[in-house]
Design a protein around this ligand. Structure first.
Ligand code: NDP
Length: 253
């Protein structure tokens, strides 16, 4: 069977939180189709394995660059934008960086709430702010933010995380309306239960209970999220904006 034509030669992407898990899979998927990808981690060297995975892709893959960035820190995000935009337009902005600090509400401190909102919501706000003007000026681009099904349903023990991911949907829809006239499309991908470092340490009974709620009877893989993000960056998604695309094996239908 002939290989399909790569969709992203000449394009540039920024993927926050690309050191592992879903972010790494997104960076690899976009690079595999020819995009140059700026990969971020809070740690110097944090994206080494992602860069190695991209370097090992077949010919035609895009190049990858690592940038150290804490998305909750405005100066750090400004530096990321300066680095990426110095190389030209950014076509795809993928807000993937995220953290959890789970706990039942009555035991959740304001510091647990603030820490999660700081990275997941404020971080996305700052990153969008740092790139949106240039994308609007270029009259085109895609912003894809990684939400969660719990932003739609809520989840016991995740009041902070669910609030951050629900906020992401409001933020994305507002940007979709403000930037539609400039050709910048903004959407959220809301994963369900995906096997990554974020979920691998959940107690076995919690994992089993979650899987029982999934009609497809298994967790998703990071690659299954990355494929949907790549679709939203592609020409095939040129009439989709302001949406939240749930990718959860049927868990929340
Ligand atoms: P991981 O914990 O495996 O990876 C999280 C990534 O976010 C890492 O690359 C980490 O970088 C980065 N990160 C964390 N804090 C910051 C920060 N302050 N600034 C910049 N980057 C940061 O998580 P997943 O791959 O599982 O999750 C990716 C996204 O998908 C998150 O937004 C998560 O909420 C969402 N999601 C995940 C689900 C799942 O089941 N796994 C389900 C639904 C949504 P580093 O540590 O290298 O600095």
């Amino acid at each position: 069977m002939a290989a399909s034509t790569p969709r992203f030669p000449g394009k540039t992407a920024v993927v926050t939180g690309a050191s592992r898990g879903i972010g790494r899979a997104i960076a690899v998927a976009l690079a595999a189709e020819g995009a140059r990808v700026f990969c971020t981690s809070t740690k110097a060297g944090g994206c080494d394995a992602t860069l190695a995975a991209i370097a090992a892709l077949p010919a035609g893959a895009g190049e990858a660059h690592a940038v150290t960035c804490d998305v909750g820190d405005a100066a750090s995000v400004e530096q990321l934008a300066k680095t990426a935009l110095a190389a030209g337009n950014v076509d795809f902005l993928i807000n993937n960086a995220g953290v959890t600090r789970d706990g039942l509400f009555l035991r959740m401190g304001a510091d647990d709430f603030d820490a999660v909102l700081q990275t997941n919501l404020r971080g996305t706000f700052l990153v969008c702010k740092a790139f949106a003007r240039a994308m609007a000026k270029a009259r085109g681009g895609r912003i894809v933010s990684i939400g969660s099904v719990v932003g739609l349903t809520g989840n016991s023990g995740q009041a902070n995380y669910a609030a951050s991911k629900a906020g992401l949907i409001g933020l994305s829809k507002s940007l979709a309306q403000e930037f539609a006239g400039r050709g910048v499309l903004c959407n959220v991908v809301a994963p369900g239960f995906i096997t990554t470092d974020m979920t691998v340490d959940l107690p076995a009974d919690v994992q089993a209970a979650m899987q029982q709620r999934i009609p497809l009877e298994r967790p998703g893989s990071p690659e299954e999220i990355a494929g949907v993000v790549a679709f939203l960056c592609s020409d095939a998604a040129s009439y989709i904006t302001g949406q939240t695309l749930v990718v959860d094996g049927g868990m929340t239908m």
